[in-house]
Design a protein around this ligand. Sequence first.
Ligand SMILES: NC(=O)c1ccc[n+]([C@@H]2O[C@H](COP(=O)([O-])OP(=O)(O)OC[C@H]3O[C@@H](n4cnc5c(N)ncnc54)[C@H](O)[C@@H]3O)[C@@H](O)[C@H]2O)c1
Length: 371
Amino acid sequence: MIVGTVKEIKNHEYRVGLTPESVHELTAHGHRVLVESGAGEGIGAHDALYEKAGAEIVATAAEIFATADMIVKVKEPQAVERAMLRSGQILYTYLHLAPDPEQTRDLIASGATCIAYETVTDASGGLPLLKPMSQVAGRMAIQAGATALEKAHGGRGVLLGGVPGVLPAKVAVIGGGVVGFNAAQMAAGLGADVTILDRSPEVLEKLGMYFEARAKTRFSNRANLAECVAEADLVIGAVLIPGAAAPKLVSAEMLKTMKKGAVLVDVAIDQGGCFETSHATTHADPTYIVDGVVHYCVANMPGAVARTSTYALNNVTLPHALRIAELGWKEALRRDPHLREGLNVWDGKVTYRAVADDLGLPYSPAEEAIA
Ligand SMILES: NC(=O)c1ccc[n+]([C@@H]2O[C@H](COP(=O)([O-])OP(=O)(O)OC[C@H]3O[C@@H](n4cnc5c(N)ncnc54)[C@H](O)[C@@H]3O)[C@@H](O)[C@H]2O)c1
């Protein structure tokens, strides 16, 4: 198969669909890989590295869209890219179609086979191609929070781990899923005094067994949240109710009970945020202050660590890319019902029910596509 990767053109997107190592795997399996010149610059992977891995460097995205059987990307195709997609071509990338009628319309019109990373599942019902970005964001949340706690950034001048003779900072992590677990791991590793709140008894039990004495777990209800938030130096917002806007767990009233210079990192901001006073910020200007409390609410945290994020993403996307390249998309989807869940648009039809329902479009089951 001819597989192509283009330079991401979305604003401030530095990740890339295929690393040189992934290209090497594909070419070792006998596939031809086309890489747009400069596609890997954002992660420090120059054209020469891709060439060494067996890729052919191509000057323009247009040539790749015209030649490749499968395009492997990171972000959803932008309008100019969608215009270059061809009928029958495979597009394998994050799509997030439900809130994006324009993109959905263009993908339908293209006739391409569009497989979305974010809806591919695994045997435990998880979303394995979304998980690495939550791991990155969870870990980054502690770095971002630690920086914001410094005086120069408006924080109360507290070192997360303290030093011998001085108590560590109190960190409250609201939501103990992938983001929360990774945030708690980092905070506990730095020696902070960590409490994780969740409302799922199973999640609390797992966290309790994993962390033992290194972090406390607490059931998430109003009273416990209010107490933890008032005492915390750093609060991480990491809740998710799948498919719904994040619940506003920390109200503007609760914020007034917090210490001046305390920090809120609202990772759930991409779902609207779980603090009432949150609004989305960017890496260029990540924080603002309300009632003396520093808010960090960057909606695309993994973008700041494009290299780590690209490698983490490739670890989970490459095995499917290899199978699609080897078997063709139909057979790969026939054999793997979890990858089949990734099919969002095919031959001008929406094949993912939630996207069809949200956009009021007819739904055509993925099973029909592979029949
Ligand atoms: N800002 C970013 O760059 C970025 C990056 C990755 C993920 N995210 C977001 O982070 C959020 C968390 O993602 P995740 O992968 O950890 O989700 P997850 O499903 O793994 O975990 C969410 C957890 O929240 C818990 N929860 C739900 N309601 C709660 C409540 N009222 N109180 C306490 N806990 C509650 C659930 O039980 C679950 O354990 C999502 O909104 C996700 O989109 C943001």
